[in-house]
Design a protein around this ligand. Sequence first.
Ligand code: NAI
Ligand code: MG
Length: 365
Amino acid sequence: MASNKSLLILPGDGIGPEAMGEVRRIVGWMEDNRAVSFDIDEDLVGGSSIDKHGIPITDEVVDKAQNVDAVLLGAVGGPKWDNLDFSIKPERGLLRLRKDLELFANLRPAVCFDALVDASSLKPELVSGLDIMIVRELTGGVYFGEPRGIEDLGNGIRRGVNTQVYTTPEIHRVARVAFELAKKRNNRVCSSEKANVMESGVLWREEVTKIGESEFPEVELSHMYADAAAMELVRKPKQFDVIVTDNLFGDILSDCAAMLTGSLGMLPSASLGDVDETGRRKALYEPVHGSAPDIAGQNIANPIATILSYAMALRYSFDMGEEADLVEGAVQKVLESGIRTGDIMATGMTQVSTTEMGDAIIREL
Ligand code: NAI
Ligand code: MG
């Protein structure tokens, strides 16, 4: 079966290309065994783009990213580029992609694989079977609000200012993403803000409630102050299903939830934008971890976070939930069989390289 699904792969720097190599093999397996084909293009981002073009992403690559069904990114950055001016650092390539594609909803799943319950900072019974999806607003809020800056007030006193700002359309679109996800999961959304002390939180709560009542009456909506949510995440994480929250609280709550599941090398993410005239939603998939320069080039990195990011692309951009289940199931089985990369190694397990982990997952597929 021919198809015109298009995927742009940006391996980036450090362990990015190594992990992406294993994804390419799984993509190949899909083409051979599931009769799905992608138009795949591969290009440069981050330090590798700086080395070739002098800038962390070219207009041509941004243009490509605007016109594909999904972008899959490895990681960017490394010591080689640390001394560059902020405006041309590798990270700017990723920031430009997020901004130009207006990726306003950041999806951070926190899934605890049973084989890894011991890697969690919590007791196994608290995290076994954990499956949370945090939806973080990514393009608004206090990280972007005006006015901002550091002012000199005289007499040696300075004042730092950042402004939390949200408009109703910004709240509505991220709420819709959360409610739609909930419909495909367990029909539950918990919205989190600080409506007790922030007007922007009051607006957030009112508007999320409106969208829920008018467009998603079948989804159960609850509200929790962000500080309480942080406590509840580490006290009784399995009470949550989908959490929707703003940029700042989402940054903190998603990192907190991530650590419930163990290693950075296991965590995928998706960043979604608007649906265009053709019905296509802009989307970027990437592992949560960085380029891990300390272990780059040694064939020891864990490729699972990048592989699970590809599975998210299958599920959310290509409507291939069955294939996504296959990939996630294969990862789970490999972990159950005791195969581990160094970062998730435990006594009695078998330590393997990046490519051997890829071999094992493909064998399981
Ligand atoms: P990092 O996530 O690259 O590494 C943190 C630690 O976790 C390191 O010890 C690393 O070896 C380990 N680690 C990370 N991913 C792993 C994997 N898949 N398998 C095994 N071990 C893994 O974060 P760090 O060290 O703060 O940053 C390194 C570089 O990456 C910097 O240049 C930073 O700016 C960049 N970075 C890029 C991100 C991105 O592309 N989205 C995100 C975070 C950092
Ligand atoms: Mg963070």
